[in-house]
Design a protein around this ligand. Structure first.
Ligand SMILES: [Fe+2]
Ligand SMILES: [Fe+2]
Length: 264
């Protein structure tokens, strides 16, 4: 885990980064929205459970949480979900119904605490409304991002992620070239279906986010980005016709293992 910090007056980021051998790093962020009914967005990685709980406790007493919003049920977002629901007995679990169904195959989800959301549905958390918005790119059918009408921030789940050369605290710390290359390759790798869509139709989904005009983007896989939505949407528009990402094969794995052995 990296050090938690305040990204907006009432939004804390719980950042981590995950090394991608031979390519760089991927941010893995969770967030706390300090609404009147406080919300945790995603629950970090299970591999650093202790650190995640400490980071969370450094910004809020988990007992004060009223909501845990899962953007989707991938492991890098659900790593500490059971632990958090125990530590936060007053919190309800906001998620897509399919995410709850899928998680129920591996642990007993307390259904009486669940709140099912589809894209377009909203919850009031006291001082603001949080609306479920499916981001234009996603790697999981249960994905629901969040538009927060008070902070005008969009929590975009995996969308707008990027593989970056070194961990960074803010998207402004990245060069435009690193950001563009990192985001295009991440989106192609994470959402390979994008190469099958018609660019014109895809652009309509980008326009829906353009109309939302979020001032801040909180991706799970990018440092926080202020005032960059137009730049990001233009990058995403290029992904359907970009060169598809090819995942490393066994030859690459053997090279990585040989490098690790050489370095040890
Ligand atoms: Fe994902
Ligand atoms: Fe993810």
């Amino acid at each position: 885990m990296d050090k938690p910090h305040q990204a907006m007056p009432d939004i804390e980021i719980l950042p981590a980064h995950f090394p991608i051998p031979g390519m760089g790093f991927l941010a893995v962020n969770a967030f706390v929205i300090k609404a009147r009914e406080p919300v945790l967005v995603d629950t970090g990685m299970g591999i650093e459970s202790e650190e995640f709980m400490k980071a969370l406790e450094s910004v809020i007493d988990p007992q004060d949480l009223r909501w845990v919003w899962l953007t989707h049920d991938d492991a890098d977002h659900t790593g500490n979900i059971q632990r958090i629901l125990e530590a936060a007995p007053s919190a309800r679990l906001a998620a897509n119904s399919l995410a709850v169904l899928r998680m129920s195959t591996s642990w007993p989800v307390p259904m009486h605490r669940v709140y099912w959301l589809n894209s377009g549905d909203s919850i009031s958390v006291g001082d603001r409304n949080l609306t479920a918005v499916r981001p234009p790119m996603f790697d999981n059918p249960t994905t629901i991002g969040i538009y927060d009408n008070k902070s005008e921030a969009f929590f975009s789940a995996d969308c707008f992620g990027a593989i970056i050369p070194s961990p960074a605290g803010n998207a402004d710390d990245l060069t435009e070239r690193d950001l563009a290359q990192g985001m295009i390759s991440w989106e192609s790798a994470d959402s390979p279906w994008v190469h099958m869509v018609k660019p014109n139709e895809f652009n309509q989904t980008l326009d829906r986010i353009r109309q939302l005009a979020p001032k801040m983007i909180f991706s799970a896989h990018l440092p926080p980005a202020r005032g960059k939505i137009e730049q990001f949407l233009k990058l995403l528009a290029t992904v359907p016709t970009s060169t598809p990402f090819v995942t490393p094969n066994q030859t690459a794995l053997e090279q990585i293992l040989a490098q690790m052995k050489g370095g040890s």
